[in-house]
Design a protein around this ligand. Structure first.
Ligand SMILES: [Zn+2]
Length: 267
């Protein structure tokens, strides 16, 4: 659909050079001036982009956009880093409807995390495909969506190049047979042999048997959504492990505002 009104024929001040079609997922919309919106989008080819939709709030309802939908946007590309300008949009697929509020919260949380990823240009496509597969999978998840969020978290850790706490013992680098004991100096698991050889045990943290069981099942967690019952303790333990591992390996703090919303569904 092409807009006949509300969009400047000559973009002028935006220093725009060319028109292009961009496949993207709409992440966030913020009001801008009386009638416009700034759209934050994860695009297939360009990663995260900001788009100005001029006059869109005065358009009819069918021109309004929804978060977590995939669109093909017609855009004027900015000359340098800056806002793109919307001239046309087509809905490709609606990923915004979920079976339960908890599943929606898991989607929001995943998108918030994805939107904080710093990704080189040659990885934009891979991150986009990971995002689409996450939203698509959640459409069919009515129980324990947090487990799918944790699977995404582990995938994003690997994607960002720091591996996963499940890969190996953080001290001797042997593979692990269980995920029970964490060394809080490294925020990684330690194997039983390393624990036996330790002089000082004060940095060790023991996870609940259910947390350890959930982590062991992570490679095939999609098959176990209905037979696990993570509660407050598991939510707190696994979120804490993943966040601390992220912070330690990226040397900066991950802040996910929507994680507390997601966590409220499990008690
Ligand atoms: Zn070890």
């Amino acid at each position: 659909m092409c807009h006949s009104n509300g969009y400047p024929r000559n973009p002028g001040i935006f220093e725009i050079v060319k028109k292009t079609k961009v496949l993207c997922i709409l992440i966030k919309q913020s009001e801008y001036s009386d009638s416009s919106l700034i759209l934050r989008c994860l695009s297939r080819e360009h990663g995260l982009i900001g788009v100005i939709a001029k006059g869109i709030r005065k358009q009819t309802e069918k021109h309004q956009l929804s978060n977590l939908c995939e669109y093909e946007l017609g855009l004027y590309e900015p000359k340098e880093a800056g806002l793109w300008l919307l001239y046309d949009e087509d809905l490709v697929k609606d990923y915004s409807r979920f079976p339960t509020p908890a599943t929606w919260a898991a989607a929001e949380c995943g998108i918030e995390m994805i939107s904080q990823m710093i990704v080189p240009a040659d990885e934009h496509l891979r991150l986009y495909e990971l995002t689409i597969s996450y939203l698509d999978y959640l459409q069919g998840v009515s129980t324990n969506a947090v487990l799918i969020f944790w699977r995404l978290f582990l995938r994003l850790l690997r994607f960002s190049g720091v591996g996963s706490p499940l890969d190996e013992c953080c001290l001797c680098h042997q593979s692990l047979s269980n995920y029970t004991i964490i060394d809080q100096q490294h925020w990684g698991f330690v194997c039983r042999q390393c624990v036996q050889d330790m002089q000082n045990l004060e940095h060790l943290l023991y996870l609940s048997p259910l947390s350890a069981g959930i982590l062991r099942l992570m490679p095939e967690i999609g098959k176990h959504l209905n037979d696990l019952r993570p509660g407050k303790q598991e939510i707190s333990e696994i979120n804490n492990l993943l966040e601390k591992y992220w912070d330690m390996h990226h040397k900066q703090t991950l802040r996910l505002k929507s994680l507390s919303v997601l966590s409220q569904f499990y008690h």
